[in-house]
Design a protein around this ligand. Structure first.
Ligand SMILES: [Zn+2]
Length: 321
């Protein structure tokens, strides 16, 4: 380790120690909040107990409904001391357990849904890829007229990395059918048990309808097919934005006014889509880490939080966002 790296790691350890109790966090968070406003947490999937621990770690800041946080931010009111909680992708188990916690604690939570995932069983390509990376054995296998040679060490991982890159910026047709064929071939040849490669089931529409009656639960759009918007032409983008919004509003009985960019990085968003998104939605969130600050409503940063983040790390992420 270089001297600079050692210093960074020592500083990080000192910061983590200081933030492991709520004592140092409160005053620091007040300073950050006054200067740069509130923030939006970005979650995917995690156990309920970890979620509770992480949200409680951020007191005295408190969760507020995304719609309300965005409204305040839009009219220039202070958002200091406030944050919104958002969950991407609509995995059934996650939505059920987190919505129950949200209702019990009166914590407003927003779930961003990719509507095609709820419409048809089978899951999404990034879920298939995750399962392939985890379970594909070191064999050569032909699928969809293509041979995938996973025999060399690291080959599966290299395939996953290369395919992820394609997925983040290219249309669904360039990776979806290929990954589906590979999953089907691995199962058909008895190389991987079907349940290993099965994507987690989505929340169902009837459950969305029931949960939407809870004041603290909101459902918003994550597109239709969870395709990177940078990969879509004008018509396809329009369809993703309008159809997902209409479908979610029809099932919840409420306006669908907020969008979350699939994959959420700058390359997946591109330069053109945000202006179009702004025509259909009041806000859109990314995976870029930051506070509300001065960003336009159609490119709001978030603070991504993961299951392995303990209370001190969540505080550190928020303070340095
Ligand atoms: Zn997503």
């Amino acid at each position: 380790m270089s001297a600079a790296a050692a210093m960074v790691s020592a500083l990080r350890a000192a910061a983590a120690r200081a933030l492991s109790g709520a004592g140092a966090y409160g005053p620091l968070e007040r300073l950050c909040g006054r200067a740069r406003g509130g923030f939006v947490l970005a979650y995917h999937n995690l156990p309920a107990a970890r979620f509770v621990e992480q949200v409680e770690a951020l007191a005295p800041s408190r969760p507020l409904a995304l719609d309300e946080l965005v409204s305040r931010h839009a009219r220039g009111a202070t958002t200091h001391g406030l944050f919104a909680i958002t969950f991407d992708d609509g995995v059934g188990e996650t939505v059920r357990t987190i919505a129950a916690v949200a209702a019990a604690r009166a914590w407003p939570v927003t779930f961003y849904l990719p509507t095609a995932y709820l419409d048809a069983p089978g899951g999404m390509p990034f879920q298939w890829l995750r399962a392939i990376e985890r379970y594909a054995p070191p064999v050569a296998i032909t699928a969809g007229g293509e041979t995938f040679d996973f025999r060399p060490p690291g080959a599966v991982r290299a395939f996953a990395r290369a395919t992820t890159k394609v997925m983040y910026t290219r249309p669904w047709a360039e990776y979806g059918p290929r990954l589906r064929a590979l999953v089907d071939a691995l199962v058909a040849r008895g190389l991987v048990a079907p349940e290993m490669l099965a994507a987690p089931p989505a929340i169902t529409w009837p459950e969305v309808e029931a949960l939407a009656r809870e004041d603290v639960v909101a459902f918003e759009s994550h597109g239709v097919t969870h395709t990177a918007v940078a990969a879509l032409d004008d018509d396809a983008l329009e369809r993703e934005l309008v159809r997902s919004r209409q479908k979610i509003a029809a099932h919840t009985g409420r306006d669908c006014r907020h969008f979350c960019y699939p994959f959420g990085g700058a390359a997946s968003i591109g330069a053109v889509a945000p202006a179009r998104v702004a025509r259909h939605y009041r806000s859109a969130t990314t995976m870029t880490r930051g506070r509300l600050g001065r960003q336009p409503l159609e490119l709001l940063p978030r603070v991504p939080v993961y299951p392995h983040d303990d209370a001190a790390l969540v505080r550190l992420k928020v303070l340095t966002a």
